[in-house]
Design a protein around this ligand. Sequence first.
Ligand code: CA
Length: 319
Amino acid sequence: MNVKHQKNKRCLPNLKSRNGLALVTVLIVMTITVSLVSFMFIRQDARVRSLENSSSRAQAATVARSAIEWMGELALADAKDKKGGHLAEGGPEEIPLFEVEGGELTGRIETVQGKLNLNNLSKSGAVDQPGLKIMRNFFKLIDVPQELAEALADWVDKDGDMRPPSGAEDEYYLSLKNPHRTANVELVELNALYFIKGFDKKIIEKLRTYAVALPEGTPLNVNTASAEAITAIFGGALPLKWGKSVVEARGNGFEKVSDFKKLIPLEISIPTGWSISVNSWYYLIRAEARFQKARVAYMALIEVRESYDTARIIWLKEA
Ligand SMILES: [Ca+2]
């Protein structure tokens, strides 16, 4: 519509053109109205879907969180079982997929004291030579570079003195592109290894199979331990072949620690500060719930003791 042109001609627009103008205006208004309504519907639809998604997610989160608590009680019942309980003797226990209203749930529970506790390396903030020897031997057995033991020792010991040849303290970590300080305390969980010199994804994933980080020094449960972990605690005094023979000999598990000790050659002893057990009180549990397109998974480290009324959650994270 060239209104300026019409003004310049100093004449009134004729009826026909006025009708045309009105019609175009009506069409534009209608188009805008239709567009606005469509836009509102699209937004409303997106909002409804967003609400549905967040509702499904909330449902999944509630179910997964409840499942963690339920499995915690399962582990507690297992720990209270004087005969050791089947969870303490078997591998990871998969909770089969089962349907819950509008969704589904899966779970997994495993005792972790059959894995070598990396925090056993530090005793009240100090790392001793036998401990370091055990860690180096352990890394060798699982095909992880042995020199990482020194970097780990420096990370968990409370002093700032760098261990030659491959240790690392603040001086090293503060010079990195993303600088940070040395923790100088025990590992909260294995993911903390990502901050330590020399540890990468491949090594950490390998360690998950054989190692764990628990909030205190713990004995190795020889009923669930791998041949590598059982052999490692002797600091190189025994070969992996011996550890494998122990795993074969234990069958459904040792009833008492003394039953295991009978298999240790007379001249060999477990280094001071490292001990063994035939039961566990730390468990890793994982629960995953799916509701429509929403999926929520949690992982938790729990502690269960015979004297506990309820399982204690050490940490819980979305997995
Ligand atoms: Ca240190």
